[in-house]
Design a protein around this ligand. Structure first.
Ligand code: KG4
Ligand code: ZN
Length: 351
């Protein structure tokens, strides 16, 4: 059973062919980093246009690499940017119609969970899932038969968004997570103490906008104009290396970055501990772009649970996870009609 998966919910146009939800025959991802870099974040209108440009060549490449007959096409229905989702959905409908194959709609977050199940099929449900990316920071309890319970979520910025905004204000490139992750080990994680937000209602919900603002205030309290300008100038000359970043980043800034990373990881993993203990869950899935974070992976592995991460290629947005998530749904008889519409706010708990 070969499923062609399509993903276009944010700033990656991706297509993949996966056999039986397990074997990745091809996985092609066209990122739009260069388009959005100068804005320091994703510009929805530009993202849609880039998807339109990329979708045909990306699918052609995925099909050519896999070189097998396709039995069904799966597409991300949401959550995501409406114009971006529309490109993938429209393409998938046309493909389903032309090739006379079934169309399967997939929730992007269920896709992130399957990025882990794809590589760790031994993971048993129920499991605790942390989806942590540029758009999401959500904890779910996952049960068999596509049942998900939302346990907590960010009330404002996603963790990846906080990384991107902090990196931007410090003069690093977009997306900022990978650069700050590389620099964090060179600083003292205890140097800057960030005030933790107290949540009304669900006290286990998260907030990352306060940390971002605290970093902004920290930079404003010091004269960092020249330092930040030097890093911005460097980016216009060449693709900076770690050595370049280290040469333009004083120790105080490295300490700030290490403390920021320490706080974000602690906010996430303290909740993993609470949910795992309270709900008696030993299997933990961590997925989404921020799951690439080396500090998060190292700290998570020290916890006494069975924690699984996807490989970095499957942590960030991709279509193999969409094709993998579609497979059990296909077996359960789920089919989408050709009037399928995108859902910008598609909650996993609503499925
Ligand atoms: O899952 P993803 O590709 O797209 C969304 O659905 O958002 O995640 C992208 C996000 C960006 O915010 C990026 O900065 C962050 O993941 N990210 C990281 C790392 N690698 C990517 N954040 C922290 N550490 C990393 N190593
Ligand atoms: Zn994602």
């Amino acid at each position: 059973m070969n499923i062609l998966g399509l993903e276009s919910s944010c700033d990656e146009t991706a297509a993949a062919v996966v056999t039986d939800g397990r074997l990745v025959l091809s996985s092609v991802v066209a990122s739009q980093f260069d388009t959005h870099e100068r804005f320091g974040g994703v510009v929805p209108e530009l993202a849609s246009r880039e998807h339109l440009r990329a979708v045909v060549p990306v699918v052609e490449q995925a099909l050519a690499q896999a070189n097998v007959p396709i039995d069904a096409v799966a597409v991300t229905q949401g959550p995501g940017l409406i114009g971006s989702l529309l490109v993938g959905i429209t393409f998938a409908k046309a493909f389903a119609l032309a090739r006379k194959v079934p169309l399967i709609a997939v929730n992007h977050l269920e896709g992130h969970i399957h990025a882990v199940l794809l590589e760790h099929p031994e993971t048993e449900l129920p499991a605790l899932a942390l989806i942590v990316s540029g758009g999401h920071t959500h904890f779910y309890r996952c049960e068999p038969n596509f049942r998900y319970e939302l346990l907590s979520r960010t009330r404002d910025d996603a963790a990846g968004e906080a990384y991107d905004k902090v990196a931007k204000l410090l003069g690093y490139k977009y997306p900022g997570g990978p650069t700050l992750d590389l620099l964090a080990p060179y600083g003292n994680p205890r140097a800057v103490k960030f005030t933790r937000s107290k949540m009304s209602g669900n006290s286990l919900d998260l907030s990352f906008s306060g940390i971002k603002t605290a970093v902004l205030r920290w930079t404003e309290a010091r004269d960092m104009t020249a330092e930040i300008a030097a890093r911005r100038a460097l980016r216009t000359l060449r693709e900076p290396t770690l050595a370049d970043w280290l040469a333009t980043t004083p120790q105080t800034t490295l300490d700030l970055i290490a403390s920021f990373q320490y706080t974000v990881i602690d906010e996430l993993l303290s909740r993993v501990r609470i949910f795992a203990e309270d709900l008696d869950l030993t299997n933990v899935i961590v997925s989404g772009g921020v799951a690439c974070n080396a500090g998060l992976r190292a700290a998570a592995r020290r916890l006494p649970y069975n924690i699984s991460f996807p490989t970095p290629q499957l942590s960030t947005d991709n279509a193999a996870m969409i094709a993998a998530a579609a497979y059990p749904r296909f077996l359960a008889g789920h089919r989408a009609a050709l009037d399928l519409r995108p859902k910008a706010n598609f909650s996993l708990a609503m499925l």
